[in-house]
Design a protein around this ligand. Sequence first.
Ligand code: ZN
Length: 326
Amino acid sequence: MTIPPPRSLGHGFGAVSVPLPFRSPAWVNCYLIEADGLTLIDCGVDWPEGFEALESGMRTLGLDPHSIDRLIVTHLHPDHVGMAPRVAQTWACDIVMHERSAERIPRYNDTAGHAARISQLARRHGVPESLRADFTDVATRAPFMPMMRQPDLLVTDGDRVALSEDRWLEVLHTPGHEPSHICLRDSLTGILFSGDHVLPRITPVIMVDDEGVDVLGDYLASLQRLVDLGVGLTYPAHGGVVEHGALRAEQIALHHDRRLSGMLGVVAMAPQTAWEVMLESYRPHLNTTEQRLALRETVSHLEHLRARSEVASFAEGDLWFYRRST
Ligand SMILES: [Zn+2]
């Protein structure tokens, strides 16, 4: 897939698509807003190709990276926040994130803790013994996600980030894909910067994180907010422009509804582990990384069904089973 060239989007907006060291998504869209100062939204992982693309892309658009005042990061995933410390240091700008990121950053920095949680997930949710070693092989931190520092400014839902005297970005806290996820809405045009909350064609992965927290419930509520706001033109972090954000939010909610019904069917006949439900619900031949994501997403769906009292869970030793509630 070819990475789109740097482009002006009108109203002081620009976009630079920055390559990622993954097959999919292959790039992240970094948005620039030129008003009284210069604002950057998201920055990609920390690797030379990304930094060069961001710097040269900005120059192509006639922007001087040293004039960036602030980098707003939509959420705490490496393809959005990875290069933030380098960007802030090199170009002397502030990092702005949602207030939940403050408590999440130590966890983002804790590779051993992440590995321990993946091991527990594998044990608890039935990853077969023969696949366990590969599945839990996440103890090495990728060089493109250096330690993250605390942001210079924490924002909360409803806050306004001033772009000029009479123009601002409204902060919408949209937890689900990640607990500190925010979208930003431009007061002048109503255009929404959606991060990974709403994407064209693909749906963002909704992964269980802390057991017992209904992340899919959070996500569906965050989607409904976009519907209620009647969000129109939307600039996502991956892929092309979304013409109608509210409509796309409805489509994504429908996708999850279908998946929830499917999983409810799987556990209707007999109790199943999340691993077994995953095998029934996703396409076959997933690689290990995909299996990890699919299992975490399966658990988030089953936990949502549990929060709605449609399924129940019980443990046999270390192993958890889900069954349809009677
Ligand atoms: Zn992303």
